[in-house]
Write a protein that binds this ligand. Sequence first.
Ligand code: C2E
Ligand code: CA
Ligand code: CA
Length: 409
Amino acid sequence: MQESIDREVFSRGSKIFRDGEPGNCAYLIEKGSVEISAHRKGKKFVLAILSEGELLGEMALIDDSVRSATATALEETEVVVISLDYLKNKFDQADPMLKLLLNVILGRFRATQRKFLGQSTGQECFTDQTASETEDRIYKKDRERVLNDLRFKKELEQALKRKEFELHYQPIIALNDGSISSFEALIRWNHPVRGLIPPNQFVGFAEETGLIVPIGIWVFEEACNALNSFHSKLAPKNRRKPRISVSVNASTKQLFEPKFVEKIQLVLQQTGIDPKYIHLEITETLLMENPELATITLNKIKEMGIKLIIDDFGTGYSSLSYLHRFPIQTLKIDRTFILTMLESTGSMEIVRAVAGLAHNLGIEIVAEGVETREQLNQVRDLNCDYAQGYHFSKPIPISGAFKLLEKGI
Ligand code: C2E
Ligand code: CA
Ligand code: CA
């Protein structure tokens, strides 16, 4: 790929760009100075003099319009060229709200500039009507997206207030004796009109908007309450059996929120839960995004007595080298490996190698997405410690989880 940031030198008096030209790059002045001017009715208007460190030509990049002024080097001037491709890429990834705001501000700025030039020359080069039509065309898509996002965010906030979320529980089986060792708590949105909405339709958005933070605390609290009822239901019958645990998913946004540890500590106190029955599932991305902060936070969580699980193992950066660096007790091998294991020796060998290495480090292995007896036999042969998947049970409401606990898998 071509380097997107280049340098150019302009001699005194030369034009960097001209009014009306298509704008395909912006410039950052490294040395020298530039005059920005516009001509109306044969008269020149100097709009600005820019010097070292200042940016020019950026407006055309943002709203894809032609240059609305001319830039002339006032002395030998060196600039860094910022290409449209480079910026477009960044801009396209930006939050739609920021894009809309930027476009609106830019549109208003251009309108003011046009008005100023119009007044100075006694000529209206653009009517407000044409300008707003152009704006409408440009912003329509962004505006719709922003409106949809705002609506969806409001709906999610209300869902939390109205207690429309619920947790379903999927059993995780200990392969040494076939008993239920824990349940993974998985969120669903019980929408009054649309019915049960799966997490992949709202968790990503909740992460983007930060709403996952309050939702995540609700999940944690609800899971602790469920754990209390599992324990009290089981207590009389299975006195000698180890108590079951609950696994809670936590996204990067939640873990890196400064008050996360404090908040879960409070929930544990309020619900009277012994932290050793809580497992926190996090993904590899979290560890790689900010390893230093991840280490600090994860150590705090481990010190509380909560067990840490790496979820979807093998789908991210998958650097085995980090395993000893973070205080992890369990790895959950992603279900794509389990799915392809019987057909692909590659997948099988990966599971075998990961299980071997993890065991040497004192880390336990959960095989996720076990759907058939053959897969179950295979993961058992490969020395996995636990298994989870449709073969045992889909995620089910708490009432179903109680029944499973009573009758066993
Ligand atoms: P995950 O943490 O990897 O959860 C496992 C997903 O795999 C669940 O989907 C589960 O229903 C599905 N699954 C389990 N066994 C099988 C199987 O044998 N075959 C197949 N095909 N699928 C299986 P679900 O419940 O739709 O959750 C999807 C994702 O949403 C979760 O993936 C997790 O990343 C996220 N999620 C769910 N609940 C929460 C939550 O409370 N907080 C956060 N941050 N994320 C959550
Ligand atoms: Ca999970
Ligand atoms: Ca997973």
